[in-house]
Design a protein around this ligand. Structure first.
Ligand code: ADP
Ligand code: MG
Length: 157
């Protein structure tokens, strides 16, 4: 179900899920792999499960319950305080779909978010060069028929 193999782009992990609950579970497992500081592009079509995955990550970090994690579509940025192995983790969940350009993006102050204890997850971050440039990896979710999803995590090292 999962594999971690070094490739030209970095370390790769792959998962297949068959429900939202499954994807939350993968998020919980990913929380242990995604060591801060990390800025990840969260890629995938609308409704593939990007926000759902963040629910699991937030839960495993004791940062928020799945119900409390909602889409930052209009608020742009949600911030949660969590911890992993006794160390504090700041979880930032962004959705930049509605941001018009680099100028508007600047008002978010993304570069200030990436502190040593930060895990920054950005939906639609690939729209912006400045975000892609700072990304330490990506999580791509693809629908593979019905409720099935393929989740590919690539971490640069
Ligand atoms: N395997 C799956 N993984 C994730 N979500 C799924 C899956 N199967 C069905 N769903 C449903 O698809 C929707 C995904 O929504 P959401 O996470 O908000 O997507 P996105 O943030 O990518 O737009 C949820 O309603 C979820 O319950
Ligand atoms: Mg979303």
């Amino acid at each position: 179900m999962t594999s971690a193999a070094p490739t030209a782009e970095g370390r790769k992990h792959e998962f297949t899920t068959h429900s939202g609950a499954d994807t939350i579970d993968v998020g919980r497992r990913l929380a242990r792999i995604l060591r801060p500081p990390q800025l990840l592009l969260l890629k995938g079509d609308l409704g593939t499960g990007k926000t759902t995955l963040v629910k699991g990550i937030a839960q495993a970090l004791d940062a928020a319950e799945p119900d409390e994690v909602t889409s930052p579509t209009f608020t742009l940025l949600h911030e949660y305080d969590g911890s992993l192995d006794g160390k504090p983790v700041k979880l930032f969940h962004l959705d930049v779909y509605r941001i018009e350009g680099e100028r508007q993006l600047e008002t978010l102050g993304l570069e200030e978010l990436l502190t040593d204890d930060a895990l920054v997850l950005v939906e639609w971050g690939e729209k912006f060069k400045s975000i892609k440039k700072r990304a330490t990896g990506e999580i791509e979710i693809a629908s593979i028929g019905g409720d099935a999803r393929k989740i590919t995590v690539t971490l640069k090292d």
